[in-house]
Ligand binder design. Sequence first.
Ligand code: PAF
Length: 278
Amino acid sequence: MNTVQSISNLRQIRNDLPSPVGLVPTMGYLHEGHLSLVQRARQECANVIVSIFVNPTQFGPHEDLDAYPRDIPRDFALLEKYGVDLVWVPELEQMYTPDFQTWVTVERAAQPLEGKMRPGHFRGVTTVVAKLFNSVLPDKAYFGQKDAQQVVVIRRMVKDLNFPIDIVVCPIIREPDGLAMSSRNGYLDHEERQAAQVLFRSLSAAMSAFENGNNDAGQLREIMTGTIMSEPLADLQYVSCADPDTLEELSGSISRALLSMAVVIGKTRLIDNFLIGD
Ligand code: PAF
């Protein structure tokens, strides 16, 4: 497994790699969710590149950039084991020069939900992902459904800016009790970890209501809200029943939807989602 830091070294190695080349963009501190993306890329691509970069521009001023967990030696060992060809750990100074002033902004799809709670977050994500794409020039790029809005926003950017890249979305990987894997789960203490099950419980309650014939968007939101409110340690930021492609909030009877939510447990902000319907 090769490891590189500078964009020029990355490009040199990339040029000699036979296609298809798959990119798995990450912020490191890898868990089974990331590794499922790597495995999928390994199945579909002749060469797999993983980037590890804790992107400062997608963190708000009061978010956990400095505390964000990092363990590069462990990440390298895992990626080696999973047969990755090249790991790129970009240098901060090369990604964001002191006079950096060019941003990629997706408009409507980045506004609701996470966009509303975390102003500027998606501008940071789309800008860094565009830079990763321009540097690696992958044929395919792999993202997790866990960050459902990120997927919608990146797909929009890829279409609107004509990136010749196939976006592959992989299912959420969950702990045995349903909690979606996330690098932030490590912040939870024992009691909070128990309380965090409420996200999966509330999404499951709404899905089973839908499967039993309740297809009213407002009632599905109420079911999710009610379940979250029943957990004393949970502080609900939003629940949503939205169009999976545009993320517009739905009303009345629905045939398919993205159910999603953000919940703060203690000091840890967790998100989760289910896609329901056809
Ligand atoms: O999903 C993530 O880990 C990040 O948002 C990404 C796509 C690597 C961009 O920094």
